[in-house]
Design a protein around this ligand. Structure first.
Ligand SMILES: O=C(O)CCC(=O)C(=O)O
Ligand SMILES: [Fe+2]
Length: 514
């Protein structure tokens, strides 16, 4: 057998490789050697490979026999692959045990994924030999759809020379392992690896690919209750969105699960529709919001958002990202605990990033979500200001970014929330030019915008003189003369704080009433 590298403490049953788990892989010995020796004859009898185009073997890969092959993950399909049920019948108990280990390990390196579990999407046995095209697999990752994988070295009755695996750590340092029967290689998402050339004999391995899935969905699948989840279509999502968009429309758990499943496993259009529908479901009904939190919808959306906005990953071309941000904002509304939960998962930084660099819709939804996350929540306000997003908000307010009309309104509502309750935050906004910018809206904005600007300025309780110096009096006076009651009210409210202005305000009011 080949030389051993990076071996430590070989007498310990559950041996850790010298590479820490955070490197994205680990080799463990589960003490299965004896059992695998006993199983090897049956595996060999059962083994019926199919011809596939696995990895770069275009139609020429014929040394793997599939025990499992999920059909609901189109991107993972291997052309030509067929499931061989007898192999599953033989290996199921072993596969279940291995999956428990993989899941435990995966949770230990991703503690924030506690709302998720792993489901097997593929498992297969491969027999390598010293023949061209059958001896090894070149360096690869198992694919973006595979969140964790494992390779179990099976007992290989004929023995072999060569073989073993090479795995690359996060710094692209390579590590070679001459796996012995019963040793299991655990791999995290997108970790590079290869199986090395077998130079004589036969090398048998069991390979498993897993996908992450929201725990709530996994549980629903496991329970044998009839589950309507899989039947949900884009049209269903549209109907639900229409029903829930503007009115209190309470939904059932199966609807939430169905939309979550669409969001997690659907194609681009399905995901976009599901995200939009989840936002509508959360919009007008606190019972729905509670249900969605209970079902893990927030966790799922947060995880997807992290993945979509991770450095180097491609944001979908649809509005999926904007609708997810919008749905999270709605989940946060009117619930202090939801605001805290959502913020704890690193969402504030992602949302601030979308305000900075998202497209018009993403920016608008991100700003409204910042509004919801900050309303009556002091630590979220601090966290939001700490991202430096105030400057981007002011750019939007000044109309430097081409956007929607509502965006400026949301922007002022967000500034108002952020300013209220802390002199320090008020000063940050002041220094960035916020009071001047709001004063400008007060003089030249639409009626609605002037109302929001006045309300935002009223939050700067510690900077009255600066507001006066920004020349707001003329604008406030003209607001007092406006037709709309709201404009008058907002103007009066702000003026009440300016002593000399108070009289002026009253004077205008009087003049109007004469
Ligand atoms: O056989 C091995 O050692 C690795 C197999 C593998 O990485 C795969 O099939 O994707
Ligand atoms: Fe692989």
């Amino acid at each position: 057998m080949g030389k051993r590298v990076f071996r430590v403490n070989t007498c310990c049953k559950r041996r850790r490789a010298s590479v820490p788990a955070s490197e994205g892989f680990e080799i463990v010995d589960l003490g299965l050697a004896q059992r695998l020796t006993e199983l090897s004859y049956q595996i060999e009898t059962c083994y019926q490979p199919c011809t596939t185009s696995y990895l770069d073997a275009k139609g020429h890969w014929n040394i793997s026999c599939y025990s499992e092959l999920a059909e609901d993950v189109p991107d993972l399909m291997v052309p030509g692959a067929v499931q061989h049920p007898p192999l599953l019948a033989l290996l199921l108990p072993l596969l279940d045990e291995l999956t428990v280990h993989l899941t435990r390990w995966w949770h230990s390196i991703h503690p924030h994924k506690n709302g998720f579990t792993l489901r097997r999407v593929q498992s297969f046995v491969t027999k390598y030999s010293a023949t061209h095209g059958k001896s090894h697999l070149t360096r690869h990752v198992d694919g973006p759809q595979v969140h964790a994988s494992m390779i179990l070295q099976l007992h290989s009755p004929k023995g072999f020379a060569g073989g073993g695996m090479t795995v690359w750590d996060s710094e692209q340092q390579e590590h070679f392992y001459q796996l012995r029967a019963g040793e299991l290689c655990l791999l995290d998402h997108m970790v590079w690896h290869q199986s090395n050339q077998v130079t004589s004999g036969e090398r048998w391995v069991l390979v498993v690919f897993c996908q992450q899935v929201a725990t709530a969905i996994a549980n629903c699948h496991l329970s044998n209750a009839p589950c309507p989840i899989s039947q949900m279509t884009c049209q269903d999502a549209i109907s639900i969105a229409t029903l829930a968009a503007d009115q209190h429309f309470q939904v059932e758990k199966s609807v939430v699960f169905g939309l979550m499943k669409m969001l997690e496993f659907g194609g681009p259009e399905e995901r976009e529709r599901a995200a939009f529908a989840l936002g509508c479901v959360a919009a007008n009904c606190s019972e729905n919001r509670e249900l969605m939190m209970e079902c893990g919808a927030a966790q799922l959306m947060i995880d997807l958002l992290h993945r979509m906005l991770a450095v180097g990953s491609m944001k979908p071309a649809t509005h999926e990202c904007a609708w997810i941000v919008a749905a999270l904002g709605r989940l946060a509304s009117k619930s202090t605990s939801n605001k805290s939960i959502i913020a704890r998962e690193g969402v504030i930084n992602l949302v601030a990033e979308l305000v900075r660099s998202g497209n018009a819709l993403e920016r608008e939804e991100a700003i409204s979500t910042l509004c919801n996350l900050s309303a009556n929540h002091e630590s979220n306000k601090d966290a939001i200001v700490a991202t430096g997003v105030v400057e981007s908000l002011l750019k939007v307010l000044k109309g430097e970014a081409l956007g929607c009309i509502k965006e400026r309104l949301w922007c002022m509502a967000a500034l108002s929330n952020l300013a209220s309750g802390s002199v320090r935050r008020q000063t940050v906004i002041l220094v960035a030019g916020g009071i001047k910018d709001l004063a400008k809206v007060l003089s030249s904005g639409t009626s609605k915008e002037r109302c929001r600007a006045a309300a935002a300025l009223a939050s700067f309780t510690e900077h009255r003189q600066i507001i006066l110096d920004a020349g707001v009096m003329d604008s406030l006076c003209s607001m007092l003369q406006a037709d709309g009651a709201e404009e008058k009210e907002e103007a009066m409210f702000l003026m009440e704080d300016f002593e000399p202005a108070r009289n002026l305000g009253l004077c205008w009011a009087k003049k109007k009433s004469v």
